[in-house]
Design a protein. Structure first.
Length: 175
């Protein structure tokens, strides 16, 4: 079993995927991991939309001017949303769930990449969030945080070298 430290060291954002579907048991493990994510006051405001349909993935790839195009070649995407009426920290709760899904995907030898939706624009007239909300008929009470692209990697990224980490950003007792 891989240690959490090694999982963190080797997990990198993957934007190129093999044209191979992600098996249902792996999707189930990824989404189950998300449902075990911690949330403020155990409010569990997050919800997840699993997308495998190629036409919908293509539409998702158009949610931003830059940074979402890899979704068109991704075999799987998970849209991370949260009920803003359940928690005043829905962004944090949904972010934790999203990274837990990315770590679970990596543990299953899948690659993933976070596509920011919240506070981003599709174009000069439409926010990425409004675009996604309309695509999936998401009720107004839900905030759309991000989309995770997930698939079998078709690129290699080197693990982090711990010697090169910015340890100067770690402070002891005071800033």
């Amino acid at each position: 079993m891989i240690s959490l430290f090694e999982l963190l060291r080797t997990r990198r954002s993957i934007r190129k995927y093999l044209p191979k579907a992600v098996e249902q048991d792996k999707i189930d493990k990824i989404t189950c991991a998300a449902l075990m994510s911690p949330a403020s006051k155990r409010s569990n405001p997050w919800e997840f939309i699993v997308v495998e349909d190629k036409q919908m993935l293509l539409k998702l790839s158009e949610c931003r001017i830059h940074g979402s195009q890899m979704l068109s070649d991704s075999p799987l995407a998970i849209v991370v949303i949260a009920d803003k009426t359940k928690s005043d920290v829905w962004i944090e709760d949904a972010s934790i769930a999203a990274i837990i899904m990315q770590l679970e995907a990596h543990d299953l030898e899948l690659g993933s990449c976070w596509v920011q939706v919240y506070d981003r624009d599709k174009d000069e007239n439409t926010t990425a969030e409004a675009y996604i909300r309309e695509l999936f008929a998401i009720p107004e009470q839900f905030g759309v945080l991000c989309i995770l692209s997930i698939g079998y990697p078709n690129e290699e990224r080197k693990p982090y070298e711990t010697i090169k980490l910015a340890t100067h950003k770690i402070h002891s007792e005071k800033f």
